[in-house]
Design a protein around this ligand. Structure first.
Ligand SMILES: [Fe+2]
Length: 239
């Protein structure tokens, strides 16, 4: 009797997860107020580490603080959103109760992009999964006013940039290439999870208000990372 053993083992899949939150205008207003207030405090003692084409600001000081450790009711709500969202993400890649998928540490920072500012192409390797939450899309008039991909996050298909510079010179080299670039509008209340190795950029904010997002990198136990998940950069959830 021949027996089969079927074990799904995707090699390098790209599971992503988008969670939309409704009725979160009040939460986002609070998060915006908190982030802009903290921006003043953190930049007063700035120790920037240039990243993604950014030399200063909250993004470049990502090693110096952790949004999830801030003590505000709105942050407590956000923390719960992140942890429940992560559990949903882990379901895409395995058993969420697998001890190897227990969270070892989360680095979490805020990005405030003012008119003309952008984040150049980068990735978040060696994190396991990363996420963005949009607090404010940058338009004073709401999401409809966005134009020319203002503040959009562009995700690049893994592998594509290793063999192409993208843009017009990419050419129609293969029918598969129609998906080489996924453009996502910054919609407040959206929490988007993606593998940390996925290259992405944020197009320039062409609107009048600040485009505000909260980003994070999540490390899990199975990575056996040499990182010490202590100090101000890290958030480690209590069991
Ligand atoms: Fe990023």
């Amino acid at each position: 009797m021949i027996e089969q053993s079927i074990v799904p083992e995707p090699l390098w899949p790209t599971p992503t997860l988008r969670i939309r939150h409704a009725n979160c205008d009040e939460l986002n207003l609070g998060l915006r107020r908190i982030i802009l207030q903290k921006e003043g405090e953190i930049l007063a003692a700035a120790k920037p580490t240039p990243v993604a084409g950014v030399e200063a600001g909250l993004t470049a000081n990502w090693l110096e603080y952790n949004v999830l450790n801030w003590d505000y009711p709105e942050i407590a709500v956000f923390r719960k959103m992140v942890l429940s969202g992560l559990r949903e993400y882990f379901k895409l890649v395995g058993n969420p109760d697998d001890p190897g998928l227990a969270i070892a540490g989360v680095s979490c920072w805020a990005n405030v992009l003012r008119h003309g500012e952008y984040l150049a192409v980068h990735h978040h390797d060696p994190g396991f999964v990363s996420a963005h939450y949009t607090v404010h899309g940058g338009s004073e008039k709401g999401a409809e006013a966005h134009n020319l991909e203002s503040g959009h996050t562009i995700y690049f298909r893994p592998g594509f940039m290793d063999r192409s510079h993208g843009g017009a010179q990419a050419g129609p080299t293969s029918p598969w290439d129609t998906d080489w670039r996924i453009s996502v509008r910054p919609t407040p209340g959206t929490l988007y999870f993606f593998p940390s190795y996925v290259r992405h950029e944020v197009r320039p904010n062409l609107e009048g208000a600040e485009r505000i997002s909260i980003a994070m990198d999540v490390y899990v136990k199975r990575q056996n990372s040499f990182i010490h998940f202590g100090g101000r950069r890290w958030f480690v959830p209590r069991p």
